[in-house]
Ligand binder design. Structure first.
Ligand code: UDX
Ligand code: ADP
Length: 459
């Protein structure tokens, strides 16, 4: 079959994989190839056991793989064939040198730019898909234009707003698609190509076009705003625990104001995920580099409050369990940074585990999808960690259960049975306000939710 266009996506991760699967599904006239330097990952994408767990993803991959969606490691060939190249390689926070801990590490990006130049033999549109610091497109263009081979590269920004665990519905029905391009004739032409691609399934009025820098910055700002809501409600949860106010009631009452809205007001043990912290730190770094100290400090507090929420959670566990957890078994229910994903990047459970280990607890971890990643995250420090697929076993002989992830699976467990198997007094620290606290209390647990009065059997 003749295809209308060839699309290449560099990077077969959480963003590249699902996004390309949905584009392939919705645009049968386009041939899409996804490449990665990680051969194992590509092998998995071509197998029955795809490397990412996302509800609905596997079905789509099976439908389009081998028809108009292909996973390969031949980056050079992919570049030669492509009209449009999406770049969705990882851009972690820098761990070394200038901007360490704050700025983005762009080495994978820069490497990609060089590979593109080396292999391109005709004009291309380059689409930034990974979240990047503002003005990365400029750097990319400089590298691409440094090749004097008469090839035109037009860089377009198209940030991805999908959330993990709901990637497929988010991609199928996005609130908006954002496309940023230069306000030049060539920029407009490239913009139109990408608009036409998404217009296969996204209503035109939901496709927003902006200049390149607005698009890049919008992604950072969107994530900073979402994270800021969580840090705000978490700050209030701390106040609730001192005053007998109830954080769920407050979130409901406050969120009922249509100007505020209900979403992203669930108090928790802290936000995680690969984006929030990284993107805010990026915003902080950029603001500081322009001398905007107050702006940088303002956004920095969103991250600091999140760190505080995690520390506070552990301090409370230790305090309530008679000031020591040394030698006590604590069962962590959940390790993923949120439900419906096996991803543990920046998961609050990682910090909670480390802090509990410092307190010399024995940490027993259960999670429906994230145990393999938990093992990787805790490698070298897990002498006192147990990994247990069965939550009932994880809780056996434990003194406390701490809910880390809001998996539906944890809601429907037999807590009577869990209580019977635990040491007494038995504690539950519900870091997601997931469970029915009154029922747990009646079973015999001492229950500590976030931002609510504890229910305890102590005098
Ligand atoms: C986020 C953005 O939502 C998405 O648009 C962007 O493309 C990538 O970053 P993601 O990190 O996948 O997506 O998950 P999200 O649902 O935003 O949750 C982030 C963290 O916040 C999770 O740890 C989640 O548990 C936590 N959270 C979310 C809360 O603690 N309370 C809430 O009310 C909502
Ligand atoms: P994200 O959540 O942004 O998708 P991931 O880490 O899941 O991040 O995916 C990024 C992918 O990009 C990884 O599979 C990594 O191997 C791949 N990658 C990084 N650098 C390159 C490169 N130069 N060429 C091809 N793939 C790359």
């Amino acid at each position: 079959m003749e295809f209308k266009k060839n699309i290449l996506c560099i990077g077969a991760g959480y963003v590249g994989g699902p996004t390309m699967a949905v584009i392939a599904l919705k645009c049968p006239g386009y041939r899409i190839e996804v490449v990665d330097i990680n051969e194992e990952r590509i092998r998995e994408w071509n197998s029955d056991d795809i490397p990412i767990y996302e509800p609905g993803l596997e079905e789509i991959v099976k439908q389009v793989r081998g028809k108009n969606l292909f996973f390969t490691t031949d980056i050079a060939k992919g570049i030669k064939q492509a009209d449009i190249i999406f770049v969705s390689v990882n851009t972690p926070t820098k761990t070394f040198g200038e901007g360490a801990g704050m700025a983005s590490d762009l080495q994978f990006w820069e490497e990609t730019a060089h590979i593109i130049i080396e292999n391109a033999n005709n004009n291309k549109i380059i689409v930034e898909k990974s979240t990047l610091p503002v003005r990365t497109a400029e750097a990319m263009e400089r590298i691409l234009k440094a090749s004097n081979r008469g090839i035109q590269f037009e860089v377009v920004s198209n940030p991805e707003f999908l959330a993990e665990g709901s990637a497929i519905p988010d991609l199928l029905e996005p609130d908006r698609v954002l496309i940023g391009a230069h306000r030049t004739p060539a920029g407009r032409e490239a913009e139109k190509e990408i608009v036409d691609l998404y217009a296969h399934w996204v209503p035109r009025e939901n496709i927003i076009t902006t200049n390149l820098w607005s698009s890049e910055l919008s992604k950072l700002v969107a994530n900073a705003f979402l994270a800021q809501r969580i840090s705000s409600i978490n700050a209030v949860s701390s106040l609730c625990e001192k005053t007998d106010a109830d954080i769920s009631e407050i979130a409901y009452a406050v969120g009922s104001d249509s100007r505020i809205g209900r979403k992203f007001l669930n108090a928790s043990v802290g936000f995680g995920g690969s984006c929030f912290k990284k993107d805010i730190l990026n915003l902080v770094y950029i603001s500081r580099s322009y001398g905007l100290t107050e702006v940088a400090d303002y956004w920095q507090m969103v991250v600091s409050m999140n760190e505080h929420q995690k520390s506070r959670f552990v301090q409370r566990i230790v305090r309530e369990m008679f000031n020591t957890v040394a030698g006590k078994k604590i069962a962590l229910f959940g390790f993923a940074f949120k439900a419906n994903t096996g991803d543990t990047r920046e998961s609050p459970a990682i910090d909670i585990t480390k802090k509990l280990l410092e307190e010399r607890a024995i940490v027993s971890i259960t999670d429906p999808k994230a145990l393999n990643n938990a093992r990787i995250d805790l490698k070298g420090i897990d002498r006192n960690v147990l990994y247990e697929p069965d939550p009932y076993k994880a809780a056996e002989e434990a003194s406390a259960v701490a809910i880390m992830t809001e998996w539906e699976e944890f809601k429907i467990l037999d807590y009577e049975r869990i209580y019977q198997s635990m040491k007494k007094p038995a504690f539950i620290f519900d870091g997601r306000n997931l469970l029915n606290h009154k029922q747990l209390y009646e079973i015999g647990f001492n229950v500590y939710p976030i931002g609510k009065t504890p229910l305890t059997h102590f005098e």
